[in-house]
Design a protein around this ligand. Structure first.
Ligand code: ADP
Length: 273
């Protein structure tokens, strides 16, 4: 075995000194961030970004300073949801997030690319490096609650985030169909293995309310998420319906004006954390 450099991030040896804190990265010296929550999912397209955006909006409406770190580098959807078209700026001090109309600070790769439709064709370690820089090089001013929109799955980038950013909790988002597969269970186990506390599970696209009769239609079956939450000993945080008005708001960049109280219990828990 080569001599110990005390840098666990570049070493694969198992040793007594190797602790979760060994990989931690310090935020920018001018940043002040009180609480950080990561929003994760087993796969893409289940509404992780939608939930991330809504949580930030709801906390901001309660008078807190909220921020979103968009770590979904290959599929960034946060800036569009908030209607942000301008680029992030930098100074000799560091990178500055873009502030939304409602006062939420946002950093995303799409705010740094010359053209938002440019694909990011980078290998995992490069992407992980960029996400780490969103933590270490961005000046996050007086943030009460930061939400990290994680890349889906359990690859390189989620691993780097779990290890390098001190998380106060993980919120798992799943669609009813996803729970039939094992993908979401892998995300739960990853958080557990890395000793990151899991706040609970949110079911998105849970049901659809018939516009004619007002009846809830459970298109993908009812109660799967609650059962899955029980199986893992997780808190069931609630269900978000398929809502065309919500999708429309997100598409138009108007997520900050959405109405809906589905996430109130989650926001209560986050506020008390
Ligand atoms: P992910 O971050 O998991 O990849 P997104 O949050 O980007 O997924 O959602 C995928 C698509 O589904 C987006 O177009 C979004 O507007 C839409 N969507 C997500 N949740 C809902 C919902 N509850 N009702 C209607 N549309 C939704």
């Amino acid at each position: 075995m080569s001599e110990c450099t005390h840098d666990c991030s570049s070493c694969s040896s198992e040793c007594a000194d190797r602790k979760p804190e060994s990989f931690r990265k310090e935020p920018h010296p001018m940043s002040k961030i009180k609480k950080v929550f990561a929003v994760v999912s087993g796969k893409g397209g289940v509404g992780k970004s939608m939930v991330t955006g809504q949580l930030a909006v709801l906390l901001s409406r309660r008078g807190y300073k909220a921020a979103v770190l968009d770590a979904d580098i290959t599929g960034p959807s946060i800036p569009k949801m908030f209607g942000i078209n301008e680029s992030a700026t930098s100074s000799e001090l560091g990178l500055h997030p873009v502030r939304s109309g409602g006062g939420i600070d946002i950093m995303s790769i799409n705010l740094l690319l010359p053209n938002e439709t440019d694909p990011v064709i980078w290998r995992g370690p490069v992407i992980a490096g960029v996400v780490t820089q969103f933590w270490t090089d961005v000046i996050w001013e007086n943030v009460d609650f930061m939400f990290i929109d994680m890349p889906p799955g359990t690859g390189d980038v989620p691993l780097t985030i779990f290890q390098s950013i001190p998380l106060d909790g993980v919120i798992i988002v799943a669609s009813p169909q996803e729970l039939v597969s094992m993908v979401v269970e892998k995300a739960v186990k990853m958080a557990e293995m890395l000793s990151v506390p899991v706040l609970g599970l949110i079911e998105n696209m849970s049901y659809y309310v018939c516009p004619d009769c007002g009846k809830k239609l459970y298109i993908f079956g009812e109660g799967k998420t609650e059962a899955a939450a029980k199986r893992h000993g997780l808190r069931f945080l609630g269900s978000v319906p398929i809502d065309s008005a919500l999708a429309d708001k997100a598409d138009k960049g108007e997520i900050e004006s959405f109405q809906g109280d589905w996430l109130t219990p989650t926001v209560d828990l986050i506020e008390k954390s």
